[in-house]
Design a protein around this ligand. Structure first.
Ligand SMILES: Cc1ncc(COP(=O)(O)O)c(C=O)c1O
Length: 385
């Protein structure tokens, strides 16, 4: 969003007018930011044979998916419903990876019928896949990030220990037995890292661990490093640098190719990196009050529409669209649900009055897609500019 001629704009449109036209609360996505992020990702890995599969759980808005398709990005889906939504949006099935966990095997069968790619994360699915399809249906294998532990930096270790996804180190031998028994074609290996990981070198370590496993699996042609690349949520936010991340991968991949004669394709499944910064949530201030020693602006949205502050203590910048040049005051922005619903605490904002329009930034990922109808409130509208 830009401040121009005394007005806040997004994609060249006046934000106050958008709010008038569509009502609040309102999600607005700026397609030019998404294009910029996709281009940044593609450029960073341009020296690799690579593919990007957008993790649509971050935001499955139809216009946004159409834009991803135009930008030649595939999809990473985590439910059969997401697979179907992707197909309806015009993606070809082989451009959709399905990474389920804990769902009935029936969902995998449906995905196979539809032609989507499978990413298998437990022995139960692997066994069923082998029994039913033998070598007919290739898959990638999601391995547990605990494999990275001996080399992981400290910020990564906690998450890698806690993760429950993927096939554990202790089960790899059994996985191998099942693969050999049924002749399953494992064409790729996958690890997804959390967005709390800020150290680019961790991704290099992940690649080395996967390459080690790939040596014994002759069908492997794909290294899928998942998502979890975090964009900055505030100006001086620490976040991985894509060029540095790419250079951590260069050496291990070249070494593997020299040793085995196999050139691997790199896959990524970024979600938030591609869309977080594109979105703002516009909300109206309905109530101003002084309570318990704090100034509170009560707004017409809440954690039913943006749950990240409540769930993860996530920080989202807030701007006062109605009074950009007003004198600063410190205020809490609170949602309209009848429980603790702080969207932003102790923010220094241009003076806020009832009726003002606020913008909550970086709301393009895990905003609308995690919204609910809690308190029996309808979902907000979404607009893409
Ligand atoms: C398997 C998989 N891939 C990709 C993603 C996207 O992660 P992010 O939005 O942090 O890039 C997730 C998120 O949980 C995931 O579980």
């Amino acid at each position: 969003m830009q401040y121009q001629d005394g007005r806040w704009q997004i994609g060249g449109l006046d934000m106050a007018e958008l709010a008038e036209q569509h009502g609040t609360p309102l999600y607005v996505y700026d397609s030019s930011i998404i294009e910029r992020q996709v281009t940044r990702f593609q450029n960073a890995f341009s020296s690799f044979d690579h593919r990007i599969f957008y993790a649509m759980k971050a935001n499955s808005n139809q216009d946004l998916l159409a834009l991803m398709k135009k930008l030649d990005v595939g999809l990473d889906a985590v439910s059969i419903h997401e697979v179907r939504i992707g197909l309806e949006a015009g993606f070809s099935a082989d451009n959709i990876i399905f990474t389920p966990n804990g769902v009935p095997f029936d969902e995998l069968e449906q995905a196979i019928e539809l032609g989507a790619r499978l990413n298998i994360e437990n022995l139960s699915y692997l066994e069923k896949l082998g029994e039913a399809y033998r070598s007919d249906v290739p898959c990638t294998l999601r391995v547990h990030p605990g494999l990275v532990l001996p080399n992981a930096s400290r910020d990564a270790t906690g998450w890698y220990q806690r993760s429950r996804f993927g096939i554990d180190r202790k089960q790899l031998e059994e996985a191998r037995r099942i693969i050999d028994l049924h002749g399953i074609r494992v064409e790729g290996l996958h690890i997804h890292s959390s967005s709390i990981i800020l150290d680019e070198a961790v991704f290099g370590t992940v690649a080395e661990v996967l390459l080690d496993l790939a040596r014994d699996l002759p069908d492997v042609r794909i290294l899928d490093l998942g998502g979890g690349v975090r964009p900055p949520y505030q100006p001086d936010d620490d976040h991985p640098d894509l060029d540095a991340l790419a250079s951590c991968l260069q050496e291990p991949l070249e070494h593997f190719e020299q040793q085995t004669g196999r050139k691997l394709q790199l896959w990524f499944e970024p979600g938030r990196y591609l869309v977080a910064e594109s979105g703002v949530l516009l909300t109206r201030v309905n109530v101003l009050k002084e309570v318990g020693g704090r100034s509170v602006a009560g707004v017409d949205t809440g954690f039913h529409q943006l749950i990240r502050p409540k769930l993860y203590d996530a920080w989202h910048e807030v701007r006062n669209i109605s009074n950009p040049d007003g004198p600063k005051q410190v205020i809490d922005i609170c949602g309209c649900l009848c429980e603790e619903d702080d969207l932003a605490r102790q923010r220094s904002l241009p003076e806020v009055r009832e009726g003002h329009l606020l913008a909550i930034l970086n709301a393009g990922a895990y905003g609308y897609s995690m919204a609910s109808t809690y308190n029996s409130r309808p979902l907000p509208a979404e607009v893409m500019v």
